[in-house]
Structures are given as C-alpha cells and as structure tokens.
Design a protein around this ligand. Structure first.
Ligand SMILES: [Zn+2]
Length: 375
C-alpha cells in the first residue's frame, strides 16, 4: 500500500515520510485515531516506504522488488500481529494459523474494522485478544536477522486487546529494541493501553476524516457515486471501513425509505404498519438492525441540528433533505433527548440478542408517544 492509496491524511503522511527521509525513525510508534480513519493504511504505507529501494519525497516507487512484495502482502520483513482467538486443539496460542486470512483481508483493502476481521475468521461471538505466547513469538521473530538487510517492521493492530501480562512482554521489546526494528501500534482506543506502554511510544494522532475526504475515498474504493458515498460518510461519521461494509450490503440510500415510512406509522400509531415494520426490521439480521437504528439516531440528530439553525452542520443527501424538511418540526427540545435514548437502548438490546420484533414494536409505540409530545 502506498501513501497515494491512503484516504486524506496528507499532512500526517508527509510527516511520516519526512521522518524516514531525515533518518528520524522512531523505534516504537502509536498511530491512534477513531475507527475507519486510516491508521492501518498509514502504517502499511509507512512500512512500504521504509522498505522501498527507490522512494521519492512523495511516495514509495510501487515497482521495486520490495514494493511488489508489499503489494502482495508478502514482504518477509513486515510482521503482523492482531487480535485472534485460540483454536480448539491448538498448542500455543499464537497468530500463525490466522496469518493467511489476515493477509487475504489486507489484499482486499487497507480499510478494515474488527467486524470484518470477525467475519473473515468466523469468530462470531468469540473474544479476540493478543496472547502472551504471541508476544514471545514476536520477540523471537524480531530477534532474527532481517531478510533484506533493512528494517524489520511489526504492525500491531489493536494493541488495546492485549492483557496486562501480554503488554508487559511487549514493554520489554519496546524498552530493549532489537537491531533495526520498527514497531507500529495501530489503535482505535489508546486510552485502554497501559500508561507504561504509552509513555514509551511516539504517539501520532490520526484525525477523523472529513466527510468529503471519506466520501472521495469510499467512492474510489467502491465505485459508488460521490453523492451516495457522501451519504455513507455522513452516517458513519467518516469511518471508511464501516461505510464500505454498509455499501456492500447493496443499499443505495441506506434505510431512508424504511425510516420515513416507519416515522409516518409512528405518527399515526398505525398498528398494522408496526407489525409489518417489525417483520421488515427483523428479517435481514442483527447487523442490519444495528445499522438501521444508528441511521435513525443520525436522522433524529440531523433534525435537531437543523432546528437549532446550524444548517451548515447538517449532513444529508438530497433525498434525506427532502424528507427532513417536512419531518423535522416533529423533533424538538422536549422529545429529542428521550428519542435518542430510546434508539440507543434499542441498539443495545439488539446487540445483546433481544428479540428484534419485540424491540421494534415496543420502540414504535414509545416513539409514537414522543412524536405526539407538544413542543
Ligand atoms: Zn519501491
């Protein structure tokens, strides 16, 4: 992956390249930022840049042996660690059995979330973590000579899934670095890392992508029009990996139709429509249900932002704007807090496997009462 493939983050990319050019290469870094902002993509572009035999100020060359190996996710001096689970009957709890699916996932895209990884390895509800054995294994690998004589790079994705004992093993690696080793932690939740680890890492903040940058990237990766990509960027708040996931479900304007007909039914307290809606809601499975509830929350928030006169902050597609212009008078300061809480609670219930039809029906009745509240 080259820097040209990284979405947005131009200033940060330039800073990482400058470090390499000027020889100021931090031994252990932490790229920390919200989900889908591109920490993993940046780490990959950085590793390729470090290894490239013919880099320029702007990017790796993309064609040298090293770059080609990176492109195939097969560079022998790039090591990967990520959360995984212990397979039944496996001896040591190490990432080795998961390296192939991981590389396949990396071939598909530099923008992946934990959800994609769970699906890829069929982990379903298993708790993923980085084990002590894995830390020892990484120690061993990084102690070996590099294949091509250059830097050995470790990209460690989601260090926040390490337990304390594992973290202490990595701490040793950070404190007593092996020769020519670069460790890049990529975290979505750095607050969960041990202070002793954090204090020894060069911390690099990866900012949330602007909606327009995210949309541009989503459009490039998925082939969607910029308008539709912008809709996905709005809903996911610039989380590119979530947007790609959503868009692959094949919905153009996600859930607007379902949401608007549901709101009409809620206003009218149309019991039959509640039942139909509950069936429609329950059918496509838990991920779609969660997505729909996130979407509903997004729409409610957009209504209130518009009502408070902050029109420039409203993030809607054309179709949504048309709907919201009529609907937003029903959302006001006397019901918005309760409405938001209801939707969030429903999300938690669905995520916790409560019967989706029951959740949706109950939610519809309560939303009806809130919509009818005088402003
Ligand atoms: Zn190259």
């Amino acid at each position: 992956m080259q820097f040209v493939d990284v979405i947005g983050q131009d200033a940060l990319s330039a800073r990482l390249r400058d470090g390499v050019i000027s020889g100021r290469i931090a031994h252990a870094q932490l790229l920390e930022g919200p989900k889908g902002s591109g920490g993993l993509a940046l780490a990959r572009a950085y590793a390729q840049y470090l290894h490239c035999a013919d880099r320029t100020k702007e990017d790796s060359c993309g064609v040298c042996m090293s770059c080609l190996a990176h492109k195939k996710v097969q560079h022998p001096d790039l090591h990967w660690t990520f959360p995984f689970f212990k397979k039944d009957g496996a001896g040591k709890s190490i990432s080795e059995p998961f390296q192939i699916p991981w590389r396949q996932l990396m071939l598909d895209s530099g923008y992946v979330g934990l959800e994609d990884w769970l699906v890829k390895i069929g982990a379903d509800k298993k708790q993923l973590f980085i084990s002590v054995d894995e830390a020892l294994e990484v120690n061993r690998k990084l102690g070996l000579k590099s294949f091509h004589g250059g830097y050995k790079v470790l990209i460690l994705w989601l260090p926040e899934t390490m337990r304390i004992d594992t973290a202490n093993k990595f701490l040793k690696l950070i404190e007593e670095p092996t020769d020519k080793t670069v460790i890049v932690f990529v975290s979505q939740n750095a607050d969960k890392l041990l202070p002793t680890i954090l204090s020894r890492l060069q911390r690099v903040h990866v900012p949330r992508l602007s909606d327009s940058d995210a949309a541009h990237g989503i459009s490039k990766i998925t082939g969607l029009s910029n308008e539709v990509a912008l809709g996905f960027a709005h809903i996911t708040e610039g989380n590119v990996s979530a947007a790609i996931r959503m868009s692959s479900s094949g919905v153009e304007t996600p859930d607007l139709e379902l949401f608007s007909s549901w709101m009409r039914a809620c206003w009218a307290r149309d019991g039959e429509a509640f039942m139909r809606g509950a069936n429609d809601f329950a059918l496509p499975g838990r991920e779609s249900q969660k997505r729909f509830l996130s979407y509903a929350l997004h729409m409610v928030r957009q209504c209130i932002i518009g009502n408070y006169g902050a029109e420039n902050l409203v993030r809607l597609t054309q179709g949504e704007t048309a709907f919201v212009s009529k609907f937003r008078r029903f959302i006001h300061h006397k019901n918005v807090v309760d409405l938001s809480r209801l939707l969030e609670d429903a999300y938690t219930d669905v995520a916790g496997n409560v019967n989706a039809k029951v959740v949706f029906f109950d939610l519809s009745v309560r939303v009806h009462m809130l919509l009818r509240k005088e402003s």
